[in-house]
Ligand binder design. Structure first.
Ligand code: CA
Length: 453
């Protein structure tokens, strides 16, 4: 188990949209910051911009960053890699990454990069060589091409990601391809000391190749975090021993159904949580990357119809549940957006546009997780799941924390499970004996320290 992930609060950044620290490296055609994004727009965000905002991130309680791809590629998302060994010049190049990692580590923060090993971009020199020389290219067998020459129109005759001709898939049956991709995994851990890899589209990769990535990452540093992008059930990846955690989209499905859409009663949500926990090894549950949103799905606040009460409840759940909570950049200040590319808007740095109450609650939730070992590492016990009310206990390391989320419009009363002094970690009120009042659409996170009577 990767110990540090249990204690982590992640923050996901889409680098083109977080902060523009150097207008000198902006690509041609860069759009004004904050304009509504199209699939093609670039906004000039870069790694220097991220480095400039480390105070902000640290004050939010973030301990680890996950960046979507940063290697040289023509698009704004950079999932079409041209050169795995160069950080895109528009993001500041290799030196900017080195400086960012150094600055993060100096603060005790971590960084996980996006490994896109299923496919590359058409500009990758090996694919270009195949286009130029056909079968005579030494890289012909690095791709899967059905025929004697590459055909792009009307349909590509080679394996490509989601049928997109600009993203040819690597042929992982070729040992040279594997060796090449594994050298990338090794290089950035060795060269820059990154703390882990998030593996793109893991479900489309051969399991033994993913195991190879895991092995190489751990050889370089035993505490490297290997995180997989898995949209559905991920149990087999843990059986393969190929991942430390997954982007927990299954968990998010339940959070959306219960909090954002109000489609599920608490019983259904509690059963969903149980089913997910039971389908993964106990230790792996603690190193899951638990998310409300990402660059691939609509923003949570948008799914809530803009009603921040649901986002607050969902965040309270996320920060008090088993697994590492992850904030998708901007969610904490009330950034909205529908399906991609709308969920990739620029971070609004004019503070007048921030939802202050939301930001303060995110800060507080991150802080209480940081000071409560039971929330990070404790066991989970369901206390109540009825109608729109969910209550559970986290117990461990000398404390008990009772989390109660009221997603309904009726005031509720919380019975305390044991005698002693219980403190509300958000409001700092103390309660001795119950019942404790709980507002409609409210939550309470109550802690009883061991030995208090
Ligand atoms: Ca820039």
């Amino acid at each position: 188990m990767v110990d540090w992930v249990q204690d982590a609060v992640f923050y996901q950044i889409f680098p083109d949209r977080f902060c523009n620290g150097d207008v000198g490296n902006d690509p041609p055609g860069t759009r004004p910051w904050g304009e509504v994004p199209t699939r093609e727009s670039t906004f000039g965000g870069d790694l220097l911009g991220i480095a400039e905002k480390l105070d902000y991130l640290e004050s939010l309680g973030v301990t680890a960053l996950y960046l979507t791809p940063i290697f040289k590629a023509p698009t704004n998302h950079k999932y079409d890699t041209e050169d795995y060994f160069q950080v895109d010049p528009a993001f500041g190049g290799n030196e900017a990454l080195r400086e960012l990692v150094t600055a993060l580590h100096a603060r005790g923060m971590r960084i996980v990069l996006d490994g896109v090993f299923n496919h590359c971009g058409e500009r990758h020199p090996f694919f270009q060589d195949v286009l130029k020389k056909g079968r005579a290219s030494p890289y012909w067998n690095w791709f899967t091409i059905w025929g004697d020459r590459v055909v792009r129109e009307p349909e590509p005759n080679y394996a490509c990601w989601a049928g997109v001709p600009t993203m040819p898939e690597w042929n992982h049956r070729n040992p040279k391809v594997r060796e090449y991709l594994l050298s990338v995994v090794r290089h950035w851990i060795r060269e820059c000391g990154i703390d882990g890899w998030r593996l793109d589209t893991v479900e489309y990769l051969p399991p033994d190749f993913v195991r190879g990535v895991y092995r190489v990452a751990k050889e370089e540093r035993p505490d490297a975090y290997v995180l997989g992008e898995v949209m559905g059930m991920a149990a087999s990846w843990f059986k393969h021993g190929a991942l430390d955690g997954v982007m927990n989209y299954r968990l998010r499905d339940g959070i959306v159904a219960f909090f954002a859409r109000g489609e599920w009663p608490a019983e259904t949500f509690a059963h969903h949580l149980y089913a997910i926990r039971r389908s993964y090894p106990p230790d792996s549950n603690f190193t899951m990357y638990n998310l409300l949103g990402s660059h691939d799905v609509p923003r949570f606040l948008t799914l809530c119809g803009g009603d921040r009460r649901w986002l607050l409840l969902a965040a309270a759940f996320l920060f008090s549940y088993i697994g590492a909570p992850a904030i998708y950049y901007g969610d904490e200040v009330g950034l909205t957006g529908g399906e991609d590319p709308d969920c990739r808007r620029c971070f609004p740095w004019e503070e007048a546009r921030w939802d202050r109450a939301l930001l303060e609650t995110f800060r507080r939730l991150a802080r209480i997780r940081l000071v409560s070992p039971a929330l990070r590492r404790g066991s989970f016990k369901l206390v109540a799941a009825r109608d729109r009310l969910l209550s559970f206990l986290r117990v461990g390391e000398g404390e008990e924390v009772l989390v109660t989320l009221n997603a309904g419009d009726r005031a509720e009363r919380i019975s305390l499970p044991s005698p002693g002094l219980w403190q509300d970690l958000i409001t700092e009120e103390g309660f001795r004996g119950g019942p404790v009042p709980l507002e409609p659409f409210g939550f309470r996170i109550l802690r009883r320290a061991a030995g208090t009577a």
